[in-house]
Design a protein around this ligand. Structure first.
Ligand code: FAD
Length: 467
């Protein structure tokens, strides 16, 4: 229910008393920044954006919004790729950006306590002084927040070996949708009773607002070897991926870039590659120095047996960093190929990557668009990037059709409609493709257990009844 102008003005005054003057945005031009996230297809302007600084302020804000029946949506840095922090039902965005402090780093206990708005990379940088890191490393790590990582159960380049965010979160302080404050989880992952922190990670902002997070830190490895293998086709590279894992080697990262994406990456990062290179694999091995050279030899042999033209190792830390910089910023380079792109996030069993890629190229041809692929091959987590022009409604429709076909293909292959970007507003109607009605009902009951009024981030994750 929308508030009348007078009621809204009164609400803004009360909110400003809680969070301070200037920390409530309500003008159209100020709210433009909050109408979208990394998925620029979907837009919904909130009525307000509120910037609390501290758990007590979040509690008061949530209680006040409850009293007027206004829905609210937590927001970190808005880098999400499924529209999770949008407000399709109107209401308020509660931004955590002021709550960005690293409260404690405990190298002996291998853990850190942070406010939920802390930036992922800042935590890793701070921990690195003690020889540790926060292992989840999404490509957006230099801007996204730990709260956003928890809400999306974010993954990253090193997930194949180190796991996803849920493997690294011990506990969280949460302001529940009614304003109560609870700690979910504990100092160890051996808490008795229901695994509520396990349930909370990946909730996409629909179970409450995380205000503090207690995370595990991971020891930085003694040494790395980072290899760049070039192939004549994406299919050869994909076969090498399956064989590397089947050989018993567990790389820290195994990333693949296909011929379409390579066009943009080579130009953007001035990489010098022979023209017959149509796909590259970046393989990172880490651990004790003495153990790595033998693994490098094995990976090199497997790549060459699968048709690699060349396999090179980064010669020093600088070259390794440059390689990862190019991979992490690679999505941005796609702007060289088309005015707009939309990244899908789907999963297939790793051994099916060659077949999945062929089918994706076929879907692209049939729908008259180009699709570039750069993805976490070690996890079978594909990121087909559909290249198009947002100003053409025909192209937008083609992208929608292609997205749907790709998701269906992944389910047929025993995979998933999302690997790490979540459901958000983007994929909620496709949940029925993956889950039975009974399974979705269980999810609805869990949501209700956390959020009885339905005011916390409505319109996300669960499908509508008619979908
Ligand atoms: C270029 C680029 C590369 C990316 N690479 C990766 C990648 O490699 N791996 C990956 O997993 N993702 C990736 N992402 C997606 C995105 O960065 C992650 O999902 C990230 O975790 C979102 O963090 P955020 O702070 O931006 O959250 P937002 O986008 O602000 O919010 C995301 C969701 O979290 C909820 N939320 C945010 N903060 C809180 C909180 N404190 N309490 C409760 N709910 C909250 C929101 O309501 C929303 O549902 C990428 C995005 C971009 C743009």
């Amino acid at each position: 229910m929308a508030l009348q102008r007078g009621q809204l003005e009164r609400l803004i005054e009360q909110l400003e008393k809680i969070v301070g003057k200037g920390w409530v945005r309500y003008l159209d031009e100020d709210l433009l920044a909050y109408e979208s996230d990394g998925l620029t297809f979907e837009r919904a302007k909130p009525d307000l954006a509120i910037f609390p600084d501290g758990t007590e302020q979040v509690v008061e804000v949530v209680k006040l919004l409850n009293s007027v029946g206004m829905p609210f949506t937590p927001r970190g840095m808005g880098t999400g790729l499924s529209g999770g922090c949008l407000t399709p039902h109107g209401g308020a965005v509660i931004s955590l950006v002021r709550m960005n402090r690293i409260l404690d780093i405990d190298p002996y206990g291998r853990r850190a306590l942070v406010e939920a708005g802390a930036i992922n990379k800042r935590l890793s940088n701070a921990a690195s002084k003690f020889g540790y890191t926060f292992a989840p490393d999404p490509s957006s790590e230099s801007v996204c927040t730990i709260g956003g990582n928890v809400a999306e159960n974010a993954a990253g380049l090193h997930t194949i070996k180190y796991g996803v965010t849920s493997n690294h979160v011990l506990a969280a302080e949460v302001v529940m949708p009614d304003g109560d404050v609870v700690w979910l989880g504990g100092d160890t992952r051996c808490e008795p009773g229901y695994d509520l922190i396990g349930l909370f990670v990946g909730n996409e902002g629909t179970f409450g607002i995380a205000t503090k997070v207690l995370v595990k830190l991971t020891k930085l490895p003694q040494a790395y070897r980072t290899l760049l293998a070039q192939f004549r086709s994406p299919s050869d590279a994909a076969k090498a991926v399956s064989e590397i894992i089947a050989s018993g080697i567990l790389p820290a990262a195994l990333e693949m870039i296909d011929h379409v994406a390579l066009e943009a990456v080579v130009a953007a990062f001035k990489l010098e590659l022979p023209s017959e290179t149509k796909s590259i694999l970046v393989v990172e091995l880490d651990g004790f120095d003495v153990a790595l050279d033998r693994q490098v030899d094995s990976v090199r042999s497997i790549c060459i047996a699968n048709g690699a033209i060349d396999v090179r190792a980064a010669k020093d830390e600088l070259e390794r960093e440059e390689l990862w910089f190019a991979r992490k910023k690679a999505f941005g380079s796609l702007g060289r190929l088309a005015p707009s792109y939309c990244t899908q996030d789907v999963v297939v069993p790793r051994s099916k990557i060659p077949e999945a890629l062929e089918r994706i190229y076929e879907i692209a041809r049939r729908n008259g668009i180009r699709i570039a692929n750069m993805f976490h091959a070690g996890d079978g987590n594909l990121h087909p990037c559909m290249l198009f022009d947002e100003r053409s409604s025909e192209q937008v429709e083609a992208v929608m059709r292609a997205s749907y076909e790709i998701m269906q293909m992944c389910i047929e292959m025993g995979g998933s409609i999302t690997g790490e970007h979540g459901i958000g507003v983007e994929k909620r109607r496709f949940m029925n493709l993956m889950f039975s009605r009974d399974e979705i009902d269980v999810m609805r009951k869990v949501k209700l257990a956390f959020d009885q009024t339905g005011l916390c981030n409505p319109g996300k994750v669960l499908p509508n009844d008619g979908d």
